[in-house]
Write a protein that binds this ligand. Sequence first.
Ligand SMILES: [Zn+2]
Length: 407
Amino acid sequence: MLALAYDRSAFYRRTFDAAGFHPRDLHSLGDIERLPMIDKQTVLDNLSDMCTRSTNGKDVDFGSTGGTSGKPLHFYLDAGRSYIEYAYLTSTWERAGYRLGMPMAVLRGRIVRSDRNGFLHEYDPILRHHYYSNFHLNDENMERYLGHLRGIGPCMFHAYPSSAHAFAKFILANDASGPGNVRGVLLESENVYADQLADIEKAFGARVLAAYGHSEKTILAAQCEYSRNYHVWPTYGYFELVDSGGKSIREAEQEGEIVGTGFINTVVPFIRYRTGDYATYVGEHCEACGREHTIIRDVKGRWPQGGLIAADGSVVSMTTLNVHDDTFRSIREYQFHQSTPGKAVLCVIPTTSLDEDEQRRIIANMNKRLQGQVVLDLEIRTELLKTARGKQPRVIQKGARETGPAQ
Ligand SMILES: [Zn+2]
């Protein structure tokens, strides 16, 4: 990939030369650290110079990352990459029980048209994918989705974590027995919180597997069959984790930014690309499964997330707000809306109804947890905010810095 970039891309020829680096100088993996890192802004500023060939051909696709208020990133990639990617995805999904040809129920931001009976479902007979609309997750629709899902035989459930969680809460609230035919649940494209995992596992009674990837296709990682840690696919891209000063992290328990050098995209090489995503380094060898792949945990995507901003400007992370006690026993879903540091609104969808005592109890519990750093008000909603791609961030910051979500 370095040789291709050096030979064919004006941008990389320039930056390699400036760094005094030639691809034949790469003798060990560490040598790549002699090259500068790039980021989203680099691609925004230099896209045409970064290309290794004409982008007019049929062998080139246009790619982009989403973004609610952030600037979307546009780039090009090989039209032929899809089957390579599909191979990575299916072998990742196999860790959760997927087999090629198995039907898949999908709740992932697709615009699904309703049939003549108002049922929001579409079917792709080649992939055997059943698409349901995650923009319309009300009780009536979820009941229909569930009824239909029960009839499609042994299958996988592929969803955004927020959508799978809404569905799980519906199952738990209405029907103690899950669909029964779901062999595994696949979660991608949003942060996954511990309380969501617990509810999803309970509702579906199936293995839940989270994976990390992004539209720029530099890094793909997925959870181990035996632990909550993620293994980075070493043949998909070269993985680095760097601290705030850009130095490589090799010590366990250190958190850093994910930097990727992708092997999939030969039209616009992404070399030492700062993804804006974060993870904690674990090691290189997994005792549980025996893989000699880089292991990371607590993957935090750049998609709208962050935390709540306290009056003093510090950030209260969502991890500290993971609620494992009975505070949310009568809440189906929740989302924080913040426009002023030190204050936020906790928007909730109740399971049935919330009387005033219950509302006071929830707010008192949460404010105690926040220790005065952020003072909450409660608002009852029937719907929470989603991005254009159907993702449902846990925190909505109005007027705050935000970059686009992956995939
Ligand atoms: Zn493992």
